[in-house]
Design a protein around this ligand. Structure first.
Ligand SMILES: [Zn+2]
Length: 470
């Protein structure tokens, strides 16, 4: 058994992973706000959580994974216009639909996008609108304990009351005043202090998505959502919370403050954050026209798993620069891997793997999810002298973490037509009789039918010819 090490944002270094309860792990991942398609930057963050989950399962843990769906629009400030708006309502008005219809449409699209890159489904996808009761209760508890205050139907968290504020992001109260300008602040004006954040907001005139509360009709703040839903499904103290590096502050900092203030105990043991995805070296922005989705990738003729492969080539915490060229290289590398496994698949049934590579692979993925190292071990294994069946056995195991559909691709290729099998046998006979001219002729005939003969140590094998266009 190899121990797992993870970089915990809370302590800003790598540490050994020890679950709260032996053998099981609870993970909460901040999910999408469902008013438009998720982009590949979001997807990279979800992929990092997926790799973590797969590694934990690979190590024998039972994982409970929760990923929320934000289907009530938290206020956002449009940095360019300084206006607060609810993106779900804005999109509903634009499309002539109800906010519920918008949320439902984009929830389905989000789930499909995740599926296209082989992200394992979460155990629960809690919706914010179905957990209003829990959010109201948590807000009430914070008011009762003196960590929050109400003004005219709005409830705010009193940041000054929570001494450990800044524990995750380093944005302590002292530093906050300087940093405030950089923070996304909604246009509330009735706060006691500008560092305070909303737990509950009063519904504005004509708002459709609103709920009754002890403070009048309103809707929850964004941060309280994740605290209420994670604690409901994983308990008030759980193992891992994931997100993108842009979630560290204020979202996750605020989650810690309100959760720990309410329960009086530690909220989460390990905070993991994926690095940004840049496009052509720049931050993705709609005004730059460089915000890509999975559909954009598919429309350009790529297998969406090429994007998954690309993400695996970089460490999850480092910034990943996406270019169409880098995606092409990832697609080519993935196709090479497919060529290999389809070749092995048509030899014999895998029995034993390559222990030395399996050990190294495990050490790599357990070392803070070092997928670039894991991929180079895959390549070394492919280039090694091990018999194809052993390589295949190990590659299938590795794919439980990598998620590249190796077994499926190999399985499809393994269905070799009888006529091709007969030609291979005929050629083998010719070779035994040292009729190499006939053997070569048969090789060409087999190639015409889409297969390449590979003379491996354990006898002849077949590789389905995969073109780079696939
Ligand atoms: Zn969240």
């Amino acid at each position: 058994m190899t121990e797992i090490f993870l970089t915990n944002t809370l302590i800003r270094k790598k540490e050994k992973f020890v679950p709260i309860e032996k053998g099981t792990v609870g993970i909460y991942s901040c999910g999408p706000t469902v008013y438009r398609d998720i982009h590949i930057g979001n997807l990279r963050t979800y992929l990092a959580a997926d790799i973590l989950k797969r590694i934990l399962i690979y190590n024998g843990y039972k994982v409970k994974h929760i990923k929320n769906i934000t289907d009530v629009g938290h206020m956002r400030t449009d940095e360019r216009q300084g206006q607060a708006f609810d993106p779900i309502i804005v999109e509903a008005l634009k499309q002539g639909k109800t906010p519920q219809q918008i949320a439902e449409t984009y929830t389905q699209k989000f789930l499909e996008d995740e599926k296209r890159v082989n992200i394992l489904p979460a155990d629960v996808y809690p919706k914010a609108t179905e957990h209003i009761k829990e959010m109201v209760e948590l807000t009430k508890a914070l008011l009762d304990k003196g960590f929050a205050y109400e003004t005219e139907g709005n409830v705010y968290f009193d940041v000054k009351k929570f001494e450990r504020y800044g524990v995750l992001s380093g944005n302590t109260l002292n530093k906050m005043s300087k940093l405030l300008a950089a923070v996304r602040v909604a246009t509330e004006t009735d706060k006691k202090d500008s560092v305070d954040f909303a737990l509950w907001k009063k519904a504005e005139e004509g708002r459709e998505m609103k709920w009754a509360s002890p403070w009048g009709e309103g809707f929850p703040g964004w941060h309280i959502e994740c605290s209420a839903m994670s604690m409901k499904h994983l308990g008030s103290h759980f193992d891992v919370h994931t997100g993108g590096e842009d979630n560290i502050f204020p979202h996750h900092e605020d989650e810690i403050a309100q959760s720990e203030a309410a329960t009086g105990k530690k909220f989460v043991n390990y905070w993991l954050h994926a690095g940004f995805l840049l496009v052509d070296g720049k931050k993705m922005a709609r005004r730059e026209g460089n915000v890509y989705t999975v559909s954009d990738i598919v429309e350009k003729g790529f297998n969406p798993l090429a994007f998954r492969y690309l993400c695996l080539t970089a460490h999850y915490r480092s910034r990943l620069n996406f270019t169409w060229k880098s995606l092409e290289a990832a697609a080519a590398a993935l196709n090479n891997l497919y060529r290999e496994v389809t070749g092995y698949a048509t030899t014999d049934i895998p029995k034993i793997g390559c222990a030395e590579y399996e050990q190294r692979f495990l050490e790599a993925v357990n070392d803070d999810m070092n997928t670039p190292a894991a991929l180079s071990i895959v390549q070394e294994l492919v280039d090694s002298d091990y018999p194809p069946s052993a390589k295949l056995q190990s590659l299938y195991k590795f794919d439980e973490v990598l998620g590249l559909d190796l077994q499926q691709v190999a399985g499809e290729a393994a269905e070799v037509p009888v006529e091709v099998k007969n030609l291979v046998e005929e050629r083998e006979q010719a070779r035994k009789e040292e009729d190499f001219e006939k053997a070569d002729e048969l090789r060409r005939e087999i190639a015409k039918k889409g297969y390449e003969v590979v003379d491996a140590k354990g006898g002849p094998g077949l590789k389905k010819i995969i073109s780079d266009q696939s």
